[in-house]
Design a protein around this ligand. Sequence first.
Ligand code: DGI
Ligand code: FE
Ligand code: FE
Length: 197
Amino acid sequence: MDLSDIRKELKKALKKERYEHSEGVAYTSAALAMRYDPLLVDKALLAGLLHDCAKYLSVPTMLRYCEAAGYDAGEKKFQNSGLLHAKAGAYLAREKYKITDPEIISAILWHTTGRIDMTLLEKILFVSDFIEPNRTKIDADVQARIRQLAFTDIDRAVYEVADQTCNYLNKKTAAISPLTAEVCNYYKEVCGRKEEK
Ligand code: DGI
Ligand code: FE
Ligand code: FE
């Protein structure tokens, strides 16, 4: 599929605000790729556009897609659309949008939780999701700080985004998945090690 077909399909699959968020993540990811590795610009754009492509599927459909792709859906208490849409999205990006590049698929797969030792493209998508210009339901000062950080120290930005997510889930008293917590601790350590140097 070419980019304009992907956009056409995506518009049908998403609500207007979610589509605009996806465009915002796409150009933010492309800009971060220009900063860190211009060879990744095209992949970053596609990963950004498609990262939430499964957002409005039902949980049972998401679970079916996880099974079909061989992705672990996690414990029952974590089988919600917040956590499952990333996995279902990775499946859908391959099956419906015909993305074959494993780097793009894996960026979509890990965009919600992050993971230990992320690739650059995974970090770029993870951070862009949080800082893109249309995302406004976040404390403006925090977002401004992370927006700057993203272009100066991507690992630090990853840590800050992960930390914000954990704080948000704590406040909501939502169950924090082991991976979400692990990612936060791991990138805190990575940043600590950098400061010692
Ligand atoms: O899809 P987006 O809204 O753009 O953002 P996202 O994919 O980063 O996050 C989707 C939702 O997933 C968000 O409301 C927070 C939630 N989430 C992230 N980590 C966890 C989580 N929810 C639970 N219950 N546990 C987690 O560890
Ligand atoms: Fe998402
Ligand atoms: Fe998103």
